[in-house]
Design a protein around this ligand. Sequence first.
Ligand SMILES: Cc1cc2nc3c(=O)[nH]c(=O)nc-3n(C[C@H](O)[C@H](O)[C@H](O)COP(=O)(O)O)c2cc1C
Length: 379
Amino acid sequence: MRTPVCELLGIEYPILAFSHCRDVVAAVSRAGGMGVLGALVYTPDELERELAWIDENVDGKPYGVDVVIPAAYVGKEQGGLEKLDLEKLVPDEHKAFLEDLLERYDVPKLSDDVENKEGLLSWSDTMGRALVEIAMNHPIKLLANALGPPPADIIETAHAKGIKVAALVGRADQALKQKTSGVDVIVAAGYEAGGHTGEVSTMVLVPEVVDAVAPVPVLAAGGIGSGRQMAAAMALGAQGVWTGSIWLTTKEAGNESTVTDRLLAATSNDTVRSRSITGKPARMLKSKWTEEWEGPESPGPLPMPLQFLATADAEQRVRTAALAGSPSAQKLTVTIVGQIVGSMNQLLPARQVFSEMLDEYLDTVDQMAQQVGENEEGV
Ligand SMILES: Cc1cc2nc3c(=O)[nH]c(=O)nc-3n(C[C@H](O)[C@H](O)[C@H](O)COP(=O)(O)O)c2cc1C
C-alpha cells in the first residue's frame, strides 16, 4: 500500500490529516500517516509553542505545517495589509448590518479583559512569512499552502532544508500553475471539502489533476473519511488522501461539547459553501450566520481579507457568548466542516479513526480484486 508519495514524505501509509490541533497531528503521525498542523489560527509565539509540543510528542515521526499565503488579496499592491488603514476598509453598511445582527441575537459586547486577537494579519504576506520562519526552525517534513502558489523564495528555502512543499487546488489549471512553480505534492480538494473549496467535485477533480500534473504526486481531498472513500480516491489516480473534517470528531480535537454535539448530529445535507467568513467560498455548517448573510438585509460578503476583518470582532463575540451558553448566540456560530460530517457520528480516538480507515481500505481493495478474479474466471 506504500505509494511513491510515502517515500517522498517518509511515511508508512498515505493518509495525511490536516488539523489545527497538535494532539491530532501527533497521533496521526505516530500511527504512520502524516499530521499537518494548520498554522493560520496561531500567532508566531503560539505556533512556536505548539510545534515544540509536537516535537516532544511525535516520536520522531514526520509531520507538516500548513499556512495560508493567498496569491491575491486586497492591499497586496499597496505593499501589504499593514500599510492600509484597516478600519476604513470596511463599509459602514457592513458595520451596521453586523451590529443589528448581534443585537437581534442578543450577543453582548466583549468585556475589556477578553483578548482581541489580531487574526487578520495571518492572511498577510508578512505574518504568513513569520509563521513559515518559525515552522522551518522545527524538523517539519512538509510545508503546505492554500489559496495559490507559495512565494518562490519560500519554496526555494524549504527545498534547501529538505522540506517538501504541497499546495491545495480546486481546479486543474491551478494545479498546472503549482507544478510550474516547483511544488512537490498537489492536494486536489473537491467541492465536498470542509474549508475553502471550489466548484468541482472530488470525483471529477482528482483524475483531471492527476492527468494534468503527472508525474507530480496528487493527494485527493474532500469527502474522504473512510476506507471505501480512500479506495475510490486511489482508484482515481491519487497517491494518497488529505483529510480534514473527519478529525474534528476525534477525542484529541478537544472541541467544546456544543461544537462536538452539532457535528455529531449534522447530516451530509447540513453544510453550505459560504463567503461569509473569509470572503472566499468555504464549506461550513448551515447556521443563522450563513442564512443572514444570504438574506435580504445582507450587504453581501466583502472580498478577502476584508470580510474577515469586518467579521472578526463579531465572530469572537458570538463565540464568547455561545461558550457562555447563550442559545441565540449558538445559532449564529460558525462551524467549518465538509459534507463528510454526515458520517461523523461518534467521538473516537484519532488512532482508531486512522486504523479503521486503513483496515476498510485494505478490505475494499481485496473485495474489488476478488470481484475482478471471479469475473475473469467466468470469462
Ligand atoms: C475546520 C477546518 C479548517 C480548515 N482550515 C484550513 C486552513 O487553514 N488551511 C488549509 O489549507 N486548509 C484548511 N482546511 C481544509 C483542509 O485542509 C482539507 O482540504 C479539507 O478539510 C479536506 O476535505 P474534508 O474536510 O472533506 O476532509 C480546513 C478544513 C476544516 C474542516
